[in-house]
Each structure stands twice: as C-alpha cells, then as structure tokens.
Ligand binder design. Structure first.
Ligand code: FAD
Length: 375
C-alpha cells in the first residue's frame, strides 16, 4: 500500500476524503453479499456517496467542486471496490459520465451538468454497442439529422446503473464522425431491456438500452475533443480490480490463519505452497498498485503518457484480481471458498468482470504490444 508523503500518494490536504471513503466502505462491506444475492442496485450506497460530498468534490473548482486529484480518486475507488465491487463499478461510471460531460461540453452546458451532479442527479455511460464490443469509442450507429438535433434508433448495452440514471453520456456517428452528446433520460423513446443476469457484479445492473428515434439535442452535443485527456473511467477501472484483489487477499490470509490442518495441528498459513503463492500474489498486487498510482499521478500532471499508462495499469490490475481470487478459492476450499455463503465465492465471480470491461485485457495487450513492436 502506498504511504503518505510518497509522490504517488493522495495529497495530504485531501486525506479527509480518503477517511470518508474508509468509513463508507466499512458499511458497504456489510451489505455487498445481500446486493449480489438480490441483484438490486445499491442505491443507498450511491446516495451515501453523494451525501458525503465525494461526487461534488471531484468536479473542477470552477464548476463548484474541489478538483479532487486522480490520486485520491484511485485510492477511493480501491476502497469501494474492496467493500462492494458493484457499488464501485456504478460509481466510477457515474463520475466518469458526469465529469466527462462537464469537461467535454461548452461552458454553459458544463455548468448545467455540474449543477445536476451537485443536486444528486445520477449519470450513466451509454457507449458500448451490441456489435461494437470493446471498441466503445468507435460507435457504429448513425444518428440522423432531425429538427433540434439528431435521432438515434438502435441500442447500447451494459450501461451500469442505467435504470436510475437522469443523464447519459452517449456517442453515435454524426456525418460519419464519432460524436458525444449529453442525453436526459427519455421514457418515451428509451427502454431498458433486463439482460443483466450475470456471473459477477450482479448489482451493477448493466442493462441493454433500446432507443427509438431518441433525440440527441444539438445544444447538448459535445464540441470535438482537443485530444486525449485524463478521465475518471480510464483511471478508475484499474482500481476497481485492485480493490477486489485486496479483498480476496485479506480473505485468504484470514482463513489461512484460522484453518488448522488436523494432521499437523498447525494453521494452513504454515504450508509452504501457500506461502509461495501468497507471496507471489502479494508482490504482483503491490506492483500493479504502485503502477496504477503512478498512472493517477500522470493524470494529475495532465500528461499524455496517461493514456498508455491506463492500459498497462488496467491489464495488470485485472489479472491480479483474477489470480488473487483464484488463490482465495483454493485456500478457502469447498467450505470457505466455494459455497455460496462465502464472500470469496462472490469475489471470484466479481474479479472476472474487470478484464472484460473495455478496454479488455486482450485489447490493452494488443495495443501495448503493437506500439512496442512497431518499426
Ligand atoms: C460489469 C460491466 C460493466 C459495464 N459497464 C458499462 C457502462 O457503464 N457503459 C458502457 O458503455 N459499457 C459498459 N460495459 C461494456 C464494456 O465496457 C465493453 O464494451 C463490453 O463488455 C464489450 O463487449 P463484450 O464483452 O461482448 O466483448 P467483445 O468486444 O465482443 O470481446 C470478446 C473477446 O474478444 C476480444 N477482443 C475484442 N476486440 C478485440 C480487439 N480489437 N483486439 C483483441 N481482442 C479483442 C476481447 O478481449 C474478448 O476476449 C460494461 C461491461 C461489464 C462487463
């Protein structure tokens, strides 16, 4: 874990926000299993996050926030990810969509979205398309010109928390160019199709949205981007996986200390195979964590290196989450790792999602490898 004073650690004056997240995470841990079981949205958690001031704090100062650093954001997502991964997933998307609309929009529209976030409205990303898969920034669906804007007929899928969203960050092709819009929820032209019966992150309720002539308003069209900039989704997703890895490692350590092997009379923790494997997972988690904090430091410097760093951090974090959860299942055995009543079993399922979410581990590796090997 990164220590205070380290250049990648959250700035000292933001410590109170980290303490707030620690407190919230403690209560979210209590209900994570029940939300997974019921598949209900963890609305109470999301409202508690808003009441704590964290949503607002992430906005830029000029829009009423505290310009909370990416270093703190990462640390907070990691704490939430360890406590309730579904809550962390929806929250990353909520902040990513809201901050994305504020930073991408013209100033008057940006002020509108900032005020909506401050007022507690909920935001969602509707970017992935059924045929587009991982390439969520390259929409394939065309929006057609109509009075007041462009009409979209089609679908977006896996939109975390969409059923409670007031506003969407959405993209579509306009004149063959990928274009972002802010879109208010419109029950007359949008329908949520309940596809989300999944292995993990069950309470994120990342449903399919069907659009029938939905108006993407011209005055909510985001101007063309001035280039790749740091963003909260790119930064946050690595930390969601790191949080799951933290929880899996903590669970396996706790079980290994308590479980006494009858033939030796000694705890499982004394077994050499476990010491080797635990050391391996722990060391790789430290390395993935340190690199992810470095990625956030780059974001705080507004460095163009942030983009390749998110890919490295994401694939390292996604992989260690899967490996830590896998080891936790082995250590827990059938009784503490495989039964539905075990938190390890949920962490194992939740750990699979990070590597599938865009950009997937394979897309990240392909991009990194291609750039490394290019002449
Ligand atoms: C829990 C969860 C929450 C999500 N939340 C949101 C959200 O809030 N908003 C949103 O818009 N989207 C969201 N998504 C969608 C997500 O970000 C991806 O866009 C989506 O999962 C990709 O589709 P697919 O999983 O069917 O994979 P596909 O893209 O079909 O991938 C299938 C396989 O092909 C590989 N592959 C695909 N393309 C390439 C390539 N170019 N190079 C190498 N390998 C490739 C993949 O790595 C994978 O192994 C969420 C997804 C999940 C799982």
């Amino acid at each position: 874990m990164i220590t205070a004073g380290h250049p990648f650690a959250p700035p000292a004056h933001e410590q109170a926000w980290i303490d707030t997240a620690v407190e919230l995470a403690a209560s979210f841990t209590e209900t994570a299993g029940a939300y997974d079981e019921s598949g209900e949205l963890p609305l109470a958690n999301l409202q508690a996050l808003h009441r704590s001031g964290l949503d607002t704090a992430l906005l830029p100062v000029e829009y009423g926030g505290s310009s909370l650093s990416y270093r703190s954001f990462g640390q907070i997502v990691r704490l939430l990810g360890a406590a309730c991964p579904s809550t962390a997933c929806i929250w990353v998307m909520h902040i990513g969509a809201a901050a994305g609309l504020v930073t991408r929009s013209a100033p008057d529209v940006a002020r509108f979205y900032a005020a909506e976030l401050i007022a507690g409205r909920r935001f969602c990303n509707a970017l992935s398309e059924p045929t587009g898969g991982n390439l969520f920034l390259m929409p394939l669906q065309h929006a057609q010109p109509v009075p007041g804007g462009f009409a979209l007929t089609g679908a977006k899928r896996f939109a975390s928390g969409c059923e409670i969203a007031d506003h969407f960050l959405i993209n579509a092709l306009v004149d063959d160019r990928a274009t972002f819009f802010g879109l208010a929820a419109d029950p007359s032209s949008m329908r949520y199709i309940p596809i989300w019966d999944t292995m993990g992150l069950r309470a994120s309720r990342s449903q399919l949205i069907e659009f029938t002539g939905t108006l993407l308003r011209s005055d909510r069209r985001c101007p063309p981007s001035s280039g790749p900039h740091p963003n909260h989704i790119g930064a946050g997703l690595a930390f969601l996986s790191l949080g799951i890895a933290d929880a899996a490692l903590a669970a396996l350590v706790s079980h290994a200390r308590r479980r006494v092997i009858p033939t030796t009379g000694r705890p499982l923790a004394d077994m050499q195979w476990l010491r080797f494997d635990a050391a391996d997972v722990h060391s790789r988690l430290e390395a993935a964590g340190m690199y992810s904090h470095h990625m956030c430091w780059l974001a705080d410097q507004n460095s163009p290196e942030f983009i390749p760093a998110t890919m490295r951090a994401k694939q390292l974090a996604n992989q260690i989450a899967v490996d830590a959860a896998q080891l936790a299942v082995r250590v827990g055995g059938a009784s503490a790792g495989y039964l539905r009543s075990s938190p390890i079993e949920r962490l194992f399922r939740d750990a699979q999602a990070g590597g599938l979410m865009a950009y997937s581990v394979e897309v990240c590796k392909d991009t990194i490898g291609a750039s490394l090997l290019a002449e």
